[in-house]
Write a protein that binds this ligand. Structure first.
Ligand SMILES: [Zn+2]
Length: 495
């Protein structure tokens, strides 16, 4: 197996990935706090790590992927009260919402999806262990982690305890010894959900859940911990302190990966600016796969600028429009290949040299810190070559050409679905769906087009070629291009 290199946020450089157990990858991603519907920023993180997971599996690793759901916290309690629901009802609604939105953008369900409320005994036992080891202390019904007990605190975010202490404050109502200490357990306030514990009724702080869940599902030490860049401090810093505080130095995650943000018209996403776009809204207007393709075109660590324009008082998204055009190019190429190849889609025997470079090129791109932008460009080159070979019957001897095209078809589809989670749909279904949407926006009557195509076929069968050509020209004037395929005539809208 070739060497895979990834950017480790802890070491702050690209390093060779060496798993704990050869051939296996155990990874954990901080999942959503389910107080509202997921927006495109949530989709970005989920898609980025879905690609990481798929790529490892595509490269032959056995992958165990855990993504949690935070189903109890201050924001959920507050929002549920505003809506007159219980926190549990609100969390269930938005957990379902999250799963559906992620499925729409092609994110596979994790192997384990633990909820905080189903891991309370594990959390209480971990907090007890930290108290026993002198890393945590109960105070006024709360329990705090004592940051002074963990000298390596700050290493992930590149800060020292002294620097951090300068900016820390103790909020009213907190019973900390030190302003940097953070809550592992919070005493119940009146009317809030609570669980019994050795320190009185209460609920877990946010950070402890991830330490308890990784231990439960992946063991004391595992391979990769992921999350958005916004989680580096304090969340991931606190996770390291808790986990290593309990299980010792050198334990917990061996590599840290963080994905970049989605910015809107180069501004940070914010509810107050009204630039939060829900996945469920975007996938009403575009294919879920378009949203995925749009996100994957950019390397996971780079920021994505999500352009939002306005047309007829409605938002328009030039980036998604362009992504859908590009995705349609791939599906149209796959459809054309299916028409060309018919049932003969195997590619045994020699092929043109250019037709066998996609898989090695894609492996190289993905082995270089999951470089999806290069991978997508390589897929584009392969599709371009396929179209070129189909356009020109003299491009290669008949059998060599057919085998090369079969190889390209299998590799584009195999690598696309395997590593990136793209191109898994029926090409014709995709192309026809998009054509209908485009026809609707351009005011093209699909039934009238189909009628003209039938008339053209009748004219051709009657050898009235002048009339057939005239019908084709009329269609061209409507912005419609006619293609003659082995299935019969088909059409597409020129863009
Ligand atoms: Zn976490």
């Amino acid at each position: 197996m070739a060497t895979l290199r990834l950017f480790d946020s802890f070491q702050k450089r690209k390093v060779e990935f060496v798993p704990c157990v050869p051939g296996e990858v155990r990874m954990y991603l901080c999942g959503p706090t389910v107080q509202s519907s997921p927006h495109i920023g949530h989709a970005r993180g989920a898609v980025a790590f879905d690609v990481v997971r798929r790529t490892f599996a595509w490269r032959g690793y056995k992958v165990t992927f855990v993504r949690n759901i935070t189903d109890i916290d201050d924001k959920i309690i507050k929002r549920a009260a505003e809506l007159g629901m219980t926190p549990k009802e609100l969390a269930q609604r938005h957990a379902d919402d999250y799963r559906a939105s992620m499925a729409a953008v092609g994110v596979s369900p994790p192997d384990h999806e633990p909820l905080v409320t189903e891991n309370i005994p594990q959390i209480i036992s971990l907090i007890g262990r930290l108290i026993d080891r002198g890393c945590a202390y109960p105070s006024g019904g709360d329990v705090y982690f004592a940051v002074e007990s963990f000298p390596a605190y700050g290493a992930l975010s590149g800060q020292t305890i002294e620097e951090l202490r300068a900016g820390a404050r103790v909020e009213p109502g907190e019973h900390k010894r030190n302003p940097l200490d953070f809550a592992l357990w919070k005493a119940a306030k009146p009317g809030e959900p609570f669980w019994e514990s050795p320190w009185g009724p209460g609920r877990p702080g946010w950070h402890i859940e991830c330490s308890a869940m990784t231990m439960r599902y992946l063991g004391d030490t595992f391979d990769i911990h992921g999350g958005g860049k916004d989680l580096v401090f304090p969340h991931h810093e606190n996770e390291i302190a808790q986990s290593q505080g309990a299980t010792g130095p050198g334990t917990f995650s061996r590599y840290w990966m963080h994905n970049g943000f989605v910015n809107f018209n180069d501004e940070k996403m914010s509810k107050s600016l009204g630039n939060v776009f829900l996945v469920s809204d975007l996938t009403k207007k575009y294919e879920g796969e378009t949203v995925r393709f749009f996100l994957i075109q950019t390397h996971y660590r780079s920021p994505i600028n999500f352009e939002v324009g306005e047309k007829d008082a409605r938002p328009v998204f030039p980036g998604l429009e362009e992504a859908e055009r590009r995705l349609d190019y791939f599906y149209s190429t796959l459809l054309r290949l299916e028409d060309f190849l018919g049932e003969q889609r195997e590619a045994s025997g020699p092929v043109l040299a250019d037709a066998e470079r996609l898989i090695p090129a894609l492996q190289e791109a993905m082995d270089d810190d999951f470089n999806t932008s290069v991978a997508v460009a390589e897929l584009g080159e392969a599709a371009k070559l396929a179209n070129k070979l189909m356009d020109d019957p003299k491009s290669a001897p008949k059998d060599l050409r057919r085998r090369s095209l079969a190889r390209l078809y299998n590799d584009i589809r195999g690598a696309g679905t395997g590593a990136l989670g793209l191109f898994g749909q029926d090409p014709r279904a995709f192309v026809v769906r998009r054509r209908s949407r485009l026809a609707a926006t351009k005011g093209i009557d699909e039934a009238a087009i189909e009628n003209r195509l039938v008339l053209r076929e009748t004219a051709r069968k009657a050898k009235d070629f002048a009339h057939a050509d005239q019908l084709r020209a009329e269609l061209r004037d409507l912005g419609v291009e006619v293609m003659d395929t082995p299935r019969g005539p088909d059409w597409r809208i020129r863009e």
